[in-house]
Design a protein around this ligand. Structure first.
Ligand SMILES: Nc1nc2c(c(=O)[nH]1)N[C@H]1C(S)=C(S)[C@@H](COP(=O)(O)O)O[C@H]1N2
Ligand SMILES: [Mo]
Length: 428
């Protein structure tokens, strides 16, 4: 399976004879390529959706990539329906990305001899093709690595993950499209041609299309091509089984051994669901959230009101069943939130029914990326959008945002600001 040096064999990896695995060939590469064609397209689309869901064009506060320029051409108002929308799109993005890792690695392995061929360029067209291949391979490794690091150890990327992953995605996808246009017809022909043969993947003829992948002097096989593919698929299945549970609660979450928000819930009882950042880790102390100290400032262009939690409790309270769905791919099922509608808070500072504008929400938290977020008018107007005071029948816990937090249907977790101190209504 691995290139081995034998007496009398060329040593240099630029020589085709250096690569001796009998697995390499157009069939193996084509099968993996077709899986990645579908998978990476879904990753790209769900990634762009996730970016749109952040409302990056609404306010600089939300904008993690200020120089997006033309790349923001597709942005749109993220809807509030269905309430599980981001839970689905981002769960698919992260889980599929992790599941495709073995396929990506196998695909790179299957074509690795090509990276070493000499001369580096036979013609201008060949040179361009090789540069695009470098962008493709480099881009793929970069996107998968930054994505996994952000999910597994988000502190590695203090705010800079978003521009890196976003710009990287465009560079990678451009190279990916160019590669797909050049290679898909060949991959499809290869798979069609070999479908009817008795031994799929039997590629003794180096002069056939894609034959340059076939080792000229193959080592004896230790596993069939189908077996190798099964091995890759098994790896993906194992990753799926140990990750996908992070999008569910209860026994299913316990199966997500590899996911940071898999395994057991952080506690039992009404607030025993996943916590992103704890109050202690964000520097929120009980003295600032106590009844005497905490006031919510609600500001509009004409009026500002200050409300204690006791005063908020005297406003009409409403309940919504909504999930928390994080960019890191994990989510909770619906929790029962109870609190004041965002549109009722807009009404307090003078906005008539149906005319509620955007809002900038600021937390008590003084440092860190997610202490402020801007919500769009469609999110403010949705009757399920709340400044929540309770969850699952009890007061919010400090870790879930006591005394008050935002909860908006279908929005990414990052827009659900905890420990809210100030809300400024107005067109942003
Ligand atoms: N003030 C503040 N609010 C915040 C955050 C934060 O770091 N600071 N994290 C956000 C993120 S990224 C998520 S996913 C949700 C998680 O909510 P939970 O901890 O109640 O599950 O809170 C959001 N609200
Ligand atoms: Mo999050």
């Amino acid at each position: 399976m691995f290139p081995a040096y034998r007496r009398g064999m060329p040593r240099s990896p630029s020589s085709p004879a250096f690569w001796r695995s009998p697995l390499r060939g157009p069939w193996f590469t084509s099968v993996l390529g077709v899986v990645l064609l579908g998978g990476i397209t879904v990753l790209f689309v769900t990634g762009l959706l996730s970016y749109a869901a952040y409302n990056p064009d609404l306010s600089p506060v939300n904008d993690m990539t200020p120089d997006k320029g033309l790349l923001g051409f597709y942005l749109f108002s993220w809807p509030t329906d269905p309430s599980w929308l981001y839970r689905l799109t981002q769960g698919v993005h992260v889980t599929l990305g992790i599941v495709l890792i073995p396929v990506l690695l196998a695909k790179l392995w299957s074509v690795v001899p090509k990276l070493f061929t000499l001369p580096p360029a036979r013609s201008l067209a060949h040179a361009l093709e090789r540069i695009s291949l470098l962008l493709l391979v480099g881009g793929a490794l970069f996107e998968f690595t930054t994505g996994v690091l952000n999910v597994q150890l988000d502190y590695v990327f203090p705010g800079s993950f978003y521009p890196l992953h976003f710009y990287g995605a465009w560079v990678f996808f451009a190279a990916f499209v160019a590669h797909a246009v050049l290679r898909v017809p060949m991959a499809v022909r290869t798979l069609r041609r070999m479908k009817d043969e008795r031994h799929p993947g039997d590629e003794r003829h180096r002069d056939e299309e894609g034959g340059e992948l076939v080792a000229p002097d193959p080592a004896p096989p230790t596993v069939s091509r189908r077996g190798a593919l099964g091995f890759v698929g098994g790896g993906s299945l194992l990753l799926f089984a140990t990750t996908a549970g992070h999008s569910f609660d209860g026994p299913l979450r316990e199966t997500a051994l590899l996911a940071p928000h898999g395994g057991a819930e952080p506690g039992s009882g009404p607030a025993g669901f996943q916590i992103n950042k704890t109050a202690a880790s964000r520097g929120i102390s009980a003295s600032e959230t106590s009844g005497e100290a905490w006031r919510l400032v609600v500001e509009g262009p004409r009026r500002t009101v200050r409300l204690s939690r006791a005063e908020l409790l005297r406003l009409p309270l409403h309940s919504s069943a909504l999930p928390i769905a994080c960019v890191e791919g994990w989510s909770t099922s619906d929790q029962w939130w109870r609190g004041v509608r965002l549109r009722d808070l807009a009404a307090l500072v003078g906005y008539e029914e149906g005319a509620a504008p955007d809002v900038l929400v600021e937390s008590l938290q003084r440092h860190g990326a997610f202490r402020r977020a801007a919500l769009r008018d469609n999110q403010v107007r949705d009757p399920r959008s709340l400044l929540a005071l309770f969850v699952n029948g009890e007061d919010l816990t400090p870790d879930h945002g006591y005394p008050a937090r935002i909860i908006v249907p279908a929005a990414p977790g990052v827009l659900n600001t905890k420990w809210v101190a100030r809300m400024t209504f107005g067109d942003l």
